[in-house]
Unconditional design. Structure first.
Length: 141
C-alpha cells in the first residue's frame, strides 16, 4: 500500500463515519416503544465519538495531501429496536475491523502516530460493539 492508497482507504473510513453519525441520529429520532428512553440515550451518546473520528480522519486526509470525502455511505434502514441494534452491531464490527487493518497499513508505512490513533479508534469501536451486544441480548434471550 502506498500513501495514495492509504488516503483512499481513510476516505472510505470517513464515509463510514459520516454514515454512523447519520445512523445514530436517525435511529435516536425513530426509536419507539417501551425501550425508547434507554435506546434514544444510547444512540445519541455514540454521536460524539463518531464525530471525533470523522474530524480526525478528515484532518489526517488533508495532512497527507488528500481531499476528504463529503459523501456518507448509505444508512441501513431499520424500523424496530432489534433491527436498529443489529444494524449498529454490524456497522461497529465493520468499523473495528477496518481500523485494525488500517492501523497495520499505517505501521507498514512508518506512520506511528496514525497507527496509534487508528488502534485507539479500533478500541472505541470494539467498546461500542460490545455495548450493543449487551443491549441486543434482551431481544435474543
Amino acid at each position: 500500500m502506498d500513501e495514495q492508497q492509504l488516503i483512499d482507504a481513510l476516505n472510505d473510513d470517513l464515509a463510514h463515519e459520516y454514515s454512523a453519525i447519520l445512523q445514530y441520529l436517525t435511529y435516536a429520532a425513530k426509536i419507539s416503544g417501551p425501550s425508547r428512553p434507554e435506546l434514544k440515550a444510547f444512540f445519541e451518546s455514540e454521536v460524539p465519538d463518531e464525530t471525533a473520528h470523522a474530524q480526525y480522519l478528515a484532518g489526517k486526509i488533508v495532512a497527507l495531501g488528500g481531499d476528504p470525502t463529503t459523501t456518507p455511505k448509505p444508512v441501513p434502514p431499520a424500523d424496530d429496536p432489534k433491527s436498529m441494534l443489529e444494524a449498529v452491531l454490524e456497522a461497529e464490527t465493520d468499523a473495528h475491523d477496518r481500523y485494525a487493518a488500517r492501523a497495520a497499513q499505517a505501521e507498514a508505512l512508518g506512520m506511528k502516530g496514525l497507527q496509534v490513533q487508528l488502534e485507539d479508534m479500533a478500541r472505541d469501536e470494539s467498546e461500542h460493539r460490545d455495548e450493543t451486544k449487551r443491549i441486543l441480548r434482551r431481544w435474543d434471550g
